[in-house]
Design a protein around this ligand. Sequence first.
Ligand code: SF4
Ligand code: SF4
Length: 306
Amino acid sequence: MSDHEEQGLLTQVRKHHYEGRIISVDHLEDMKKELEDHYRRGAIAEEIYQKYISRFTFGPPRELPEAVSLVVIAAPQPMTRVVFCWKGKKIPVTIPPTYLSETRTRRTVKKLLSEVTHTKYTFLEASVPEKLVAVHSGLAAYGRNNITYFSEMGSFYIPLVFFSDLQGTGSWHDIHMMESCQKCSACLKKCPTHAITSERFLINAERCLTLHNEKPSAVPFPQWVDPSWHNCLVGCMQCQYVCPENRKATNWVEEGPVFSEDETALLLEGFLLEELPSETAEKLTHFEMEVLLDIIPRNLKMLLPL
Ligand code: SF4
Ligand code: SF4
């Protein structure tokens, strides 16, 4: 791919309200080394390493051995408000950006990449540390809370990475904390679990609510988790709500499904998608919420007056 073609692709991507970078696939080895160094030094807990990092692919995939680049795209994404009717009340519950509609967004972006290159190149979903790729490509930057921020959308975006056989000229950027974090500690003060510390760059991820409320409902919350800390159906928005880098995005909420009392009761029981009434199942799949079915019973109990 010529420089001209690369710029053309990135311009087209921008026209669709995304932002992109194309970096060499060779940098995956650097990222692998970086993560393993953190792990060996004990800065990444065994559980985090096994759950998130060990499943990544750090080289061209078998399906596309000729891959030479990583195409990383930042797609803006809102929070979603889901309403659960319960005991005569309508209880709004937030789902942070990045949890829903990932498959749909990924499909849309892949189609766009294919169209703007006239199907000349292949784009294959990459199982890589997407936030790390976004930061090293210069597309995003880390906050003190270890969440990545992208331009004016702050943390309201999803990074999508594709292996490709097109050449890119994007450069490699060192990891650094956002400039605005130098004089700010709003997230550190707000974090209910004290996962964010001033002593080191990496948060204590094993203290982060997200790690615990993303587990299946069969896994209870640790004793030290105060029930009043829960603020989302999954994940946690506390450090993102207070972040000044999110001031333009923090009110960006899309309305999600409304579940009746009967539906809420079924969701609390932990029924599988195929066991639910078709109308309920459709509401879930329309928003790609079926991926949360396994965690809803435990997490929702923390947010409803039972
Ligand atoms: S709240 Fe402040 S310190 Fe935390 S990520 Fe945002 S800018 Fe950085
Ligand atoms: S997501 Fe919640 S628990 Fe995790 S660091 Fe941010 S405020 Fe703390």
